[in-house]
Design a protein around this ligand. Structure first.
Ligand SMILES: [Zn+2]
Length: 81
């Protein structure tokens, strides 16, 4: 995770924001970040954040799987040259 400048649509609240945490090109705005940090399982609204985070992490896992596939493809080519 890293912080960058530039406007984008927050993946949680889907509003256009210009600051927050970037995860693989997806923005979690500062407001939502605070809500996520403050959220407790008993609070209403928690589920939707958990669902959103699931979507985010699915993207992360997909991206990592893609990187691993490319790495394996590269190794496979080297072995077969
Ligand atoms: Zn947001």
């Amino acid at each position: 995770m890293e912080r960058q400048r530039g406007a984008a649509e927050c993946i949680v609240c889907q509003r256009r924001r210009d600051s927050g945490i970037w995860v693989l090109g997806m923005l979690i705005c500062s407001q939502c970040e605070e809500k996520l940090v403050e959220s407790k399982a008993a609070d209403s609204g928690y589920d939707i954040y958990v669902d959103r985070l699931r979507v985010i992490w699915q993207h992360v896992f997909d991206a990592e799987a893609g990187a691993s596939a490319k790495l394996m493809e590269g190794l496979w080519r080297q072995l077969n040259v």
